[in-house]
Design a protein around this ligand. Structure first.
Ligand code: XMP
Ligand code: MG
Length: 188
């Protein structure tokens, strides 16, 4: 019960990445990213997609050794609840212009890559100085994507995962680790 943070123990099939592993990897990635952008003329802009990327984004922001600012977008992807179609609608856009700025998209997880491909195209039309992607998690389907992902935290198995921002019907985002969800939870 202590591990499941108040959720039934049986909801969590297996912890894939611990809180400590996430923190250690985030610190490593932040150092690498910081070195790449050390000559950035203005503060780096992190763009996170609500809500999944929030936990990673705030931890990465605090771990970066360079000044950075946070922006958020909310989008809805048409398709089933477990797979995305790549057809995307903006629910909340950026608050600011990113023209001429160094922009780093911060993703929680890349699966088919359809959402990210759409986002990259959309943001590229706004003339940023540079546009790169960092993701905490990557599923097998995304390994061969043409989209250039500069930093990947962890390559994971092709399972539905929850925790550290990732949800199932809005639940489990608050867990400090990434875990495989018991399929009985979502199959009813
Ligand atoms: P695509 O296929 O467009 O999907 O790369 C990326 C988005 O799909 C969601 N996603 C997940 N959410 N557990 C989740 O909670 C998962 O295992 C999972 N796989 C994909 C997520 O919103 C991501 O941004
Ligand atoms: Mg979700």
């Amino acid at each position: 019960m202590a591990v499941a943070h108040g959720y039934p123990d049986t909801d969590i099939e297996q912890i894939l990445i611990t809180q400590e592993q996430i923190a250690e990897r985030t610190a490593e990635m932040a150092q690498r990213i910081g070195e790449r952008y050390s000559d950035t003329p203005e503060d780096l802009i992190l763009i996170g997609v609500l809500k999944g990327a929030v936990m990673f984004m705030t931890d990465l922001s605090r771990a970066l050794p360079i000044p950075n600012q946070m922006e958020f977008m909310a989008i809805s992807s048409y398709g089933s609840s477990t797979s995305s179609s790549g057809v995307v609608r903006i629910l909340k856009d950026l608050d600011r212009d990113i023209a001429g700025r160094d922009v780093l998209i911060v993703e929680d997880i890349i699966d088919s890559g359809l959402t990210l491909t759409w986002l990259m195209k959309n943001l590229a039309t706004r003339s940023p100085r540079s546009l790169e992607v960092v993701t905490l998690l990557r599923k097998p389907a995304a390994v061969s994507l043409p989209v250039q992902v500069s930093d990947v935290g962890f390559d994971i198995e092709n399972a539905f995962v929850i925790g550290y921002g990732l949800d199932c019907a809005e639940r489990y985002r608050d867990l400090p680790f990434v875990a495989r969800l018991n399929p009985e939870v979502y199959s009813g």
